[in-house]
Design a protein around this ligand. Structure first.
Ligand SMILES: [Zn+2]
Length: 263
């Protein structure tokens, strides 16, 4: 029997909204698709904009609820959703082995064919992203075994360098701030040749944006203009991943789906 379990391991509620929402939407209606979602933190240190009904004490719970509402809006709730409860902004300060063990526990039970997380770039250089990505890589390496049907592919969400540069140019032309990839918390690309999976999400952009809109407390940091649905739909037309395992063969064709080519 084929394994169609996808496990996504992210740092914050909203990383998943951009990170793998298109891939989940594309597989949402398959009978054997199983979606496991792991969040390291509740994002409790996130920005609280003026007038938003949350406090520092309640923001974590608010963001967990927003994340759950987002997946409902997309139309495919996770089959299992784990909140590891690690400190927002402090994942890198938690003993590495403790983070790895927490991820191992979930992945060992689920035996996912594909695991998605952050690569060493963290997309934004965010230390939480980099730390949970490294811990997930370690968990994957520990659990992978020829005796299991799972752990066939480890994928790192990423932005190709040429796309990053195009987005930055467009931002400059619109008079918006531009990202400086040498700075922490700024978006960055990875070399185009490291991208092994490009997913065409155009048929599900409406579902992705419906999910994004549920992250109400963070809309002002997630988009320059949350009312501009067209801009959001353009931005989520594709998802890109580097394949961290198995090591890509030089000249291997571009995969078009997280499960592309798996048994
Ligand atoms: Zn994040």
């Amino acid at each position: 029997m084929r394994n169609r379990t996808l496990a996504c391991v992210f740092a914050h509620p909203d990383d998943d909204a951009y990170g793998a929402a298109g891939s989940v939407a594309l597989h949402a209606d398959e009978a054997d698709f199983r979606f496991v979602l792991v969040h390291a933190t509740s994002g409790e240190l996130g920005d609280i904009r003026e007038g938003f009904p949350a406090t520092r004490q309640t923001l974590g719970a608010v963001r967990r609820a927003e994340d759950e509402a987002a997946w409902r809006a997309l139309g495919r709730a996770p089959d299992r959703h784990e909140w590891l409860g690690l400190p927002d902004g402090g994942v890198a300060g938690v003993p590495f082995e403790q983070v790895v063990s927490a991820v191992v526990q979930v992945l060992d039970e689920e035996d996912p064919a594909v695991v998605v997380t952050f690569g060493p770039d963290g997309v934004f250089g965010h230390p939480d992203h980099i730390a949970i990505g490294a811990a997930t890589d370690a968990a994957f390496a520990r659990l992978r075994s020829p005796d299991r049907s799972g752990f066939q592919r480890l994928a790192h969400g990423a932005v190709p360098q040429t796309v990053f540069e195009r987005w930055n140019r467009q931002r400059d032309e619109l008079g918006l701030f531009t990202f400086d990839p040498t700075q922490t918390y700024h978006m960055r690309g990875i070399p185009d040749e490291q991208i092994g999976i490009t997913v065409d999400c155009r048929e599900v952009t409406g579902r992705i944006v419906a999910g994004l809109r549920e992250h109400r407390s963070q809309l002002h940091v997630m988009s320059d203009d949350p009312t501009d649905g067209d801009q959001w739909e353009r931005r989520v037309r594709r998802e890109w991943y580097a394949v961290a395992w198995p090591e890509p063969r030089p000249g291997a064709p571009m995969l078009t789906d997280l499960f592309d080519g798996l048994g």
